[in-house]
Design a protein around this ligand. Structure first.
Ligand SMILES: Cc1ncc(COP(=O)(O)O)c(C=O)c1O
Length: 395
């Protein structure tokens, strides 16, 4: 279908809730996307940190073909082999204390499930989270489910007095809010949507200690930073912090919709039959995809690639910042989540447009930060290709 037809049909039949660029893609291979005319684009967006293995990775395609040909979906009414296998694999890449997983369909759902788990485990009602953070956009499904059996024990979560917000990287702000009514504190190691703002080690470790002191569950939202994006399996591994609950989603199934809530035996034990669930969560196809992702990352030493190319990329960007201090205000991040803060929203939008016109896709987060979140297989040569286009865009 030609682009104009896609655009016309979209304007006519879809909700107008997304602001889209004038682009549509027909296929992808490695770190490149191709439009209907065969024009090639280098992709540093990866479907917003989702396409961890890039596009059409041959081993992943094979695993998906095998799975589709024998079983796509059953139900959590039965045991699901692929779900058990993915949970077992996650157990090998998470901290020792994190042993159990509940699969859902998205990042927002993972966070919802994590908060429900914390409220049930602690029997407390308050939830703390940071200003400038992002945890998803669901809000009201449980509130609208007017059946006592689903709402009871979670009622505090759907009460407007539930949430308290602290300043990120400000431990005093957390201290002023945390108390023995607090069930959990939900936090990102790097605020991705917030413009790639990194938590300092002192702050994150201080938060861990405060949570322990007050019996508050520390939920680390690794929806964007998890599954190798920072060069370690989990962003918190860079700080030696073990959360009580880890949530993840985006990169885990390389493009299949998945979310996961991971925690300890003890915390998971409160989620008895009937307390939580979802129809599609952890179906055979998405879990086979997750297994393939973990196996391919391990087999091909992809985390090493993220660390090496990511560090070189940050160095190149810092050198460019030294040349253009008026336009680049800051370079932040680690591995393959790098934010380049521009001097204004106009500059960031101009860079994104110039790059797209020159066949390189970049994303802008929080107005003026160019956010680089490519597939984890992005190579040194592709980093150089990006830098040539980015330098030209600035000049
Ligand atoms: C840190 C973080 N948490 C949660 C979400 C929500 O995930 P989803 O869009 O899959 O619901 C996102 C999405 O960007 C995210 O970056």
């Amino acid at each position: 279908m030609d682009f104009e037809t896609v655009k016309d049909l979209s304007s006519k039949y879809l909700f107008p809730n997304y602001g889209r660029l004038d682009l549509a893609f027909e296929r992808g291979e490695g770190c490149y996307l191709y439009d209907a005319k065969g024009k090639q684009y280098l992709d540093t967006v990866a479907g917003i940190a989702v396409c961890s293995l890039g596009y059409s990775h041959p081993d992943w395609v094979k695993a998906m073909r095998d799975q589709v040909s024998h079983l796509v979906h059953v139900s959590n009414l039965y045991y699901v082999e692929e779900q058990a296998q993915l949970a077992q694999r996650l157990n090998t890449v998470t901290p020792d204390a994190i042993t159990r997983t509940l699969f859902v369909n998205s990042g927002a759902e993972a966070n919802e499930g994590a908060m429900k788990t914390a409220v049930r485990y602690t029997k407390r009602h308050k939830v703390l989270s940071a200003y400038n953070g992002f945890h998803g956009r669901t809000s009201a499904a449980l509130g609208a489910t007017a059946q006592k059996k689903y709402q009871e024990t979670f009622e505090p979560l759907i009460n407007e007095k539930t949430f308290g917000y602290f300043e990120y990287n400000d431990l005093e702000s957390v201290k002023s809010l945390i108390d023995r009514d607090t069930a959990c504190l939900l936090i990102e190691g790097i605020q991705g949507e917030g413009g790639v703002v990194c938590g300092t080690p002192e702050f994150l470790r201080g938060v861990r200690d405060l949570c322990t002191d007050y019996g508050v569950l520390m939920i680390v939202d690794e929806v964007q930073t998890g599954v190798g994006r920072t060069g370690k399996w989990w962003c918190m591994d860079n700080y030696g912090i073990v959360p009580d609950i880890i949530t993840t989603a985006k990169g885990l199934a390389a493009g299949m919709p998945i979310g996961a809530i991971m925690t300890t035996d003890e915390i998971a034990s409160v989620m008895t039959p009937g307390t939580h669930g979802t129809t599609f969560g952890g179906n055979p196809l998405v879990c086979a995809s997750g297994c393939a992702v973990i196996d391919i990352i391990n087999r091909n030493h992809i985390l090493d690639n993220v660390s090496t190319v990511g560090a070189a990329w940050k160095k190149d960007l810092e050198a460019l910042k030294a040349k253009h201090p008026g336009k680049i205000k800051d370079v932040r991040g680690m591995g393959f989540i790098i934010g380049v803060e521009m001097d204004s929203e106009e500059t960031a939008a101009g860079v994104r447009k110039y790059m797209a016109d020159h066949q390189v896709l970049v994303n802008v987060a929080h107005g003026k930060t160019v956010r680089l979140i490519p597939p984890l297989i992005f190579t040194m040569e592709q980093k150089d290709e990006f830098m040539r286009a980015f330098t030209a865009a600035l000049e």
